[in-house]
Design a protein around this ligand. Structure first.
Ligand SMILES: Cc1cc2nc3c(=O)[nH]c(=O)nc-3n(C[C@H](O)[C@H](O)[C@H](O)COP(=O)(O)OP(=O)(O)OC[C@H]3O[C@@H](n4cnc5c(N)ncnc54)[C@H](O)[C@@H]3O)c2cc1C
Length: 436
């Protein structure tokens, strides 16, 4: 199969900017030669005078990205979904294909082996993968929106040269913040980093870390000066083969079972100075800003999951299953539920794309990202649950994907900030706005 990114590259390099399906008028301040570039370049485009368009409108490149990933996921991942879930194991061939397709460096500039595309291109890829398998989707999501983004945004030129070519060519990344005693209260983390003559020594453990089994590069948050509280938190890069690093346990889970989730131990794990990401004491800022963006990715995963569950069920009720002499999808009691569910998916998608576009435009998107994640995970839960019921016994058995999507949906309300934490974020921003 030809690489998705290679086939989209000529388009993404086209010398015009096309937003809202219209070419920008001559003389607009378009400084980039890339039509759908990475976020910093996109900020150079003045969007204030553009005619507003439907929020779900995609550029030509983004639209082709969605179509290509959809085809790839259906053909290459679809046949493996059930087996990977039962085995609680990600097929290494799938990971290899994700790199071959260019889906592991979507926003990374081409000079480091990436596709140099924009954030929305990554969002549509995550959504389309989740329509088929939310486990594969989260692998791509964490790698792109957390690991690549953190290094691109906070790493210096040397870090870019060292880590990005690996992350775009075959090494999976992992983002390690949570610990046994610090989940929602992430900055209460206990892992410590001690300065040595030529680097740092890390001690502690991390919990529930996605991609651990597949990853070779781990972004690890540790406190370099606990007396400073969260202001001591610092981000480091640890490679898998570093002495003192180990995977202590692989979790058995309710959903996204093909995605690995592990406990990691750091036992006098010594890393060189060059593995510091950004600046000492800035880790809490990096974690907050990266997770704010990452939440849009999880919202996209949940939206894709909801649509995948919905499509799987409606195909059955509108084509296959007859009761009382009619297709069950012809009964009004079913049709109203199906229409309600689709409306909710469309609303979730609008929130997701709005948050993504605001991020790309350099606007404040924190509340939008929280609302998108909160709502999309609720919709995923409701729709995937209804989809099981619409399929009756066939939805409950472990043959198709209905019951798996239902199980997978639960994680949306937990990782990258629980639903309560999203509500807290939204309320805090609203309260500030409405307080005299
Ligand atoms: C499958 C999976 C993958 C994950 N992947 C990663 C990863 O790659 N990297 C990583 O760093 N972490 C990861 N996590 C961890 C995840 O981010 C945390 O589980 C999550 O932040 C919640 O923390 P917790 O589990 O400790 O729950 P807790 O913080 O103990 O929360 C339990 C409940 O209490 C509620 N609660 C807590 N505080 C408040 C409050 N102030 N107000 C109201 N309610 C509150 C929560 O909303 C929740 O309902 C993953 C977790 C899972 C399950």
């Amino acid at each position: 199969m030809a690489s998705i990114i290679r086939s989209l590259r000529p388009l993404s390099r086209a010398p015009t900017v096309r937003l809202a399906g219209k070419r920008l008028a001559a003389g607009r301040p378009v400084q980039s030669a890339y039509a759908f570039s990475t976020t910093p370049r996109r900020r150079e485009v003045d969007i204030s005078e553009l005619t507003p368009t439907p929020i779900t409108h995609l550029s030509e490149t983004e639209s082709l990205m969605a179509d290509s990933v959809s085809k790839f996921a259906a053909e290459q991942i679809g046949p493996k979904v059930r087996d990977m879930d039962e085995a609680e194991h990600m097929d290494p061939k799938v990971v290899e294909q994700l790199f071959e397709q260019g889906l592991m460096g979507i926003e990374v500039p081409e000079e480091f082996g990436g596709a140099g595309m924009n954030f929305t291109a990554a969002i549509v890829a995550i959504e389309e993968l989740a329509r088929v398998d939310p486990s594969v989707s989260v692998l791509v999501d964490v790698h792109n929106t957390l690991v690549n983004t953190a290094i691109l945004t906070h790493g210096d030129a040397q870090s870019h040269r060292t880590w990005l070519p690996k992350l775009t060519s075959g090494t999976v990344g992992s983002f390690c913040l949570s610990e046994p005693a610090s989940g929602s209260d992430a900055f209460a983390l206990q892992t410590k980093a001690e300065k040595t003559a030529d680097g740092y020594k890390i001690n502690g453990s991390k919990m529930w870390i996605t991609n651990s089994m597949e990853a070779g590069i781990f972004i690890v948050f540790a406190n370099i000066d606990p007396s400073k509280g969260y202001r001591g938190i610092t981000a480091f890069i640890v490679e898998k083969d570093t002495p003192g690093f180990s995977i202590a346990k692989k979790e058995k889970k309710l959903g996204i079972r093909a995605s690995s989730t592990c406990v990691l131990n750091f036992d006098d794990c010594v890393i060189p100075k060059s593995n510091l990401l950004g600046k000492e004491g800035q880790g809490y800022k990096y974690a907050i800003s990266t997770l704010n963006e990452g939440r849009i990715g999880i919202a996209a995963q949940m939206t894709g999951l909801a649509l995948g569950a919905w499509e799987n069920a409606v195909r059955y009720v509108w084509n296959d299953r007859r009761q009382f002499g009619d297709l069950i999808g012809n009964f009004q009691g079913m049709q109203h539920q199906i229409a309600q569910a689709y409306t909710e998916i469309a609303a979730a998608r609008a929130l997701v794309y709005n948050a993504a576009r605001k991020k790309e435009a350099g606007q404040d998107f924190v509340q939008d990202a929280a609302m998108a994640k909160l709502f999309a995970s609720q919709v995923a839960g409701r729709v995937s649950s209804s989809a099981v019921e619409w399929m009756g016994g066939m939805g409950f058995v472990r043959e198709g994907i209905a019951e798996k999507m239902y199980r997978d949906s639960k994680i949306g309300a937990i990782y990258e900030g629980t639903s309560n934490i999203q509500l807290q974020t939204i309320a805090k921003i609203l309260q500030k706005k409405y307080t005299n």
